[in-house]
Ligand binder design. Structure first.
Ligand SMILES: *Cc1c(COP(=O)(O)O)cnc(C)c1O
Length: 292
């Protein structure tokens, strides 16, 4: 598992014209299957499960979630049995995410959408049926996750260029919460929700921070304009942008999280949102297995 991932500068006439510099934190390089923020969020959960003597770890997620993918692979690497509780019914043949998860040894359990909405209430029943386990919540976002993401924040703080803005894609907001509570106070954080109606994340992020007994250190905001219609919608404009970005900068993005965030950042640069002279750092949070 690779930490202290590189930070790479992007060169483009658009940046020169608008007087800003753009850097990418290459957290897509942590591990091919446990990439980016998923590794950051899982690390201390896995260590905690081991410390408490658990042999099995369980989590919750959608049938296409990067979290399930990473959780299965990380559990295997750490010698822990994994159970994935999947939202909805079983569909055969398994999709590539779930097929990969079972190949890592993950046991899949399905939960109807109504029960899934309050999945934490189902834990006692699951323990009765499946035996004892260490539970990591959906998306892996809890106080141990914030601790792991804080290490990412520290790596950014140690970068030898000034960083004025850190931009990151949001699903549950756990990653953003970890950045908000670890970056140097003169950095501003902008989160780009992948979901439509991402304003609910303001409350969720504040809740993660409160539950973790840590403090907000920086000014932060959400930009909810770049969801492209929702979680997994394929918009040609977005796909074209990602292909062009890959071609020009040799950095692959994916359409659910990092593609949208990067599109948003470049669009904001073109619109003059960032003041001249500013340094912007985008988090490449990984998740590239979805392109395969
Ligand atoms: C899961 C994921 C996110 C969202 O992370 P949260 O902590 O849930 O906000 C962002 N980018 C990628 C690539 C992801 O896989």
């Amino acid at each position: 598992m690779k930490e202290n991932t590189p930070i790479q500068e992007i060169k483009s006439p658009i940046l020169d014209e608008n007087g800003v510099r753009l850097f990418i934190k290459r957290d897509d390089l942590t591990h091919p299957e446990v990439s980016g923020n998923k590794w950051r969020k899982l690390k201390y959960n896995l260590l905690q499960a081991k410390k408490e003597g658990y042999q099995t770890i369980l989590t919750f997620g959608g049938a296409y979630s990067n979290h399930i993918h990473a959780f299965a692979a990380a559990g295997k690497l750490y010698g822990l049995n994994t159970i994935g509780v999947i939202r909805g019914e079983e569909h055969l043949p398994l999709n590539p995410t779930l097929k990969f998860a079972t190949e890592q040894g993950m046991k899949l359990v399905y939960m109807d959408r109504t029960s899934f909405r309050n999945y934490k209430e189902q834990i006692p029943r699951l323990k009765k049926e499946l035996g004892d386990f260490y539970m990591a919540p959906m998306g892996g976002s809890n106080s141990f996750a914030l601790k792991g993401v804080a290490e990412l924040g520290e790596e950014i703080n140690a970068f030898d260029e000034r960083v004025d803005y850190v931009c990151a894609a949001c699903g549950t907001g756990g990653t953003l919460a970890g950045l908000i509570t670890s970056l140097d106070s003169d950095t501003k954080v902008i989160g780009f929700p992948a979901l439509k109606g991402g304003e609910f994340l303001y409350d969720d992020i504040k809740e993660f921070i409160k539950e973790s007994f840590v403090e907000e250190k920086v000014d932060w905001t959400l930009n909810t304009h770049y969801h492209f219609g929702g979680y997994a919608k394929k918009k040609p404009e977005l796909i074209d942008f990602m292909n062009e970005f890959h071609h020009k900068h040799h950095i692959e993005l994916e359409r659910i999280y990092t593609g949208k965030m990067m599109f948003g950042v470049i669009d904001l640069i073109k619109k003059g949102f960032f003041e001249k002279g500013k340094h912007i750092l985008c988090l490449h949070s990984g998740g590239l297995q979805i392109n395969r």
